[in-house]
Ligand binder design. Structure first.
Ligand SMILES: *[C@@H]1O[C@H](CO)[C@@H](O)[C@H](O)[C@H]1NC(C)=O
Ligand SMILES: *[C@@H]1O[C@H](CO)[C@@H](O)[C@H](O)[C@H]1NC(C)=O
Ligand SMILES: *[C@@H]1O[C@H](CO)[C@@H](O)[C@H](O)[C@H]1NC(C)=O
Ligand SMILES: *[C@@H]1O[C@H](CO)[C@@H](O)[C@H](O)[C@H]1NC(C)=O
Ligand SMILES: *[C@@H]1O[C@H](CO)[C@@H](O)[C@H](O)[C@H]1NC(C)=O
Ligand SMILES: *[C@@H]1O[C@H](CO)[C@@H](O)[C@H](O)[C@H]1NC(C)=O
Ligand SMILES: *[C@@H]1O[C@H](CO)[C@@H](O)[C@H](O)[C@H]1NC(C)=O
Ligand SMILES: *[C@@H]1O[C@H](CO)[C@@H](O)[C@H](O)[C@H]1NC(C)=O
Ligand SMILES: *[C@@H]1O[C@H](CO)[C@@H](O)[C@H](O)[C@H]1NC(C)=O
Length: 327
């Protein structure tokens, strides 16, 4: 009787643990990662052989992403861009093969405007309900992390959306897919939303290592509404400085639809707007022991590659202000 009871108890305990976990079969240990060898995140580790709290076991290709926007759309509410600085977009856990998943834990859905609105981005996916609770910014209050909040309000700036809604989007769409920011990783003393604060801190940590504006400016590549730039020049500077070829994202008209690109076969976009830096990570991403890697050779950019095809626009007047907290 006793042995059956014990087994049933153990099974129930494991089931509870498994339910609280993003991926099945995680180690039941208390995840003291300092006691373990810091394994490399790619190629991906076998989840049955490693503690997925101590190495990014699924989304091992970590992307630190930034925006260059010229306005926010919420200037009237004081939401402006930091002068001479690209802004933080997010920290994403892509699979080692470059594909990715999203909205991995709907019990931590804090995104007011889920995009896409299903877990797989298709009609047959699980619906992601819009979040209507208190702003994710309030999650920092019990931890007293007002310095972090001020940093985020300076550098983690949304476009056509309030900043906190955007942070909720980044957390729920991407951070819930990291094995290492999963709630069981925080052990028995976990405090509600601890992993949210930890994710915000980690995203900031990575962001600070990639001063895109300064790297480009040092090579004379500065925002301009008169001059244009070439993709290859931007790529070369950022590769040299970061150690990996980042993905460069553009919006705006296609080159072949502009006057300068008339009759060109180059149909890439012409307005510089994003950069994604790729890394593999030893141990927990929180520790930041990374090695740079190149973006996928089949998806290095959607920008036009023709000479001088890219606009790196100046911010709109009134859309930026000098930051009062240091980068
Ligand atoms: C995990 O933490 C709990 C609560 O502090 C403790 O009772 C348990 O012994 C720990 N387990 C291990 C393997 O350290
Ligand atoms: C990429 O890796 C993930 C996770 O291992 C897997 O689910 C997916 O099928 C892979 N995709 C491709 C295109 O190989
Ligand atoms: C989900 O998004 C799709 C495409 O953006 C949209 O057509 C659909 O109405 C949305 N569904 C709901 C329930 O909001
Ligand atoms: C959802 O639809 C896609 C194609 O539209 C299909 O490939 C996939 O198998 C479907 N998934 C499920 C869970 O039905
Ligand atoms: C530019 O290229 C796109 C995509 O190849 C094509 O659809 C479009 O017609 C082209 N535009 C012009 C003006 O040639
Ligand atoms: C573009 O093509 C049109 C006709 O297809 C031609 O008249 C024009 O001279 C070409 N423009 C350039 C810049 O080559
Ligand atoms: C990244 O790309 C550069 C330029 O093509 C190449 O020299 C370098 O070896 C690549 N790095 C890796 C890790 O593949
Ligand atoms: C520069 O051009 C962009 C794109 O047209 C515009 O949004 C921005 O306001 C301009 N900046 C200045 C200072 O004129
Ligand atoms: C933006 O401000 C600059 C300098 O104050 C001025 O020269 C320029 O005309 C302004 N641009 C617009 C679009 O208002």
């Amino acid at each position: 009787m006793r042995s059956i009871f014990t087994k049933a108890g153990a099974a129930a305990l494991l089931a509870t643990t498994a339910n609280a976990q993003l991926y099945p079969d995680q180690s039941p240990l208390n995840h003291t990662c300092q006691l373990q060898q810091p394994l490399l995140s790619c190629p991906s580790q076998d989840p049955s052989q490693v503690d997925s709290c101590c190495v990014e076991t699924f989304g091992g290709l970590v992307l630190s992403t930034q925006f260059w926007n010229t306005y926010t759309g919420l200037e009237s509410e004081g939401q402006v861009l930091p002068t001479d600085t690209w802004t933080l977009h997010g920290l994403w856990p892509d699979f080692c093969n470059g594909s990715y998943t999203q909205y991995c834990d709907l019990s931590r859905q804090y995104d007011p405007i889920p995009s896409p609105n299903t877990t797989n981005g298709l009609k047959n996916g699980t619906f992601v309900p819009p979040y209507t609770g208190p702003s994710i910014a309030t999650f920092l209050n019990p931890f007293g992390r007002f310095d972090l909040l001020e940093y985020m309000n300076t550098y983690w700036i949304a476009w056509l959306q309030d900043n906190a809604g955007f942070w909720g989007h980044e957390f729920s769409k991407h951070a819930t897919c990291f094995s290492t920011f999963n709630i069981p990783c925080y052990g028995p003393e976990y405090q509600k939303h601890e992993e949210v604060v930890d994710f915000f801190e980690t995203a900031v940590k990575y962001y600070k290592r990639f001063p895109t504006f300064d790297w480009l400016a040092a090579e004379g590549i500065k925002p301009s509404n008169c001059t244009t730039y070439s993709y290859s020049a931007l790529r070369d500077v950022l590769f040299e400085q970061s150690g990996g070829i980042p993905f460069l994202g553009c919006t705006g008209p296609r080159f072949n639809a502009t006057a300068a690109g008339k009759n060109s076969t180059d149909n890439g976009y012409t307005v510089l707007s994003e950069v994604w830096y790729y890394e593999h990570v030893y141990g927990r991403p929180q520790e930041g022991n990374t090695i740079p890697v190149n973006a996928s050779s089949t998806y290095l950019t959607n920008c036009a590659k023709a000479e001088g095809a890219i606009n790196y626009y100046e911010r709109t007047n009134g859309s930026e202000k000098a930051p009062t907290v240091p980068y």
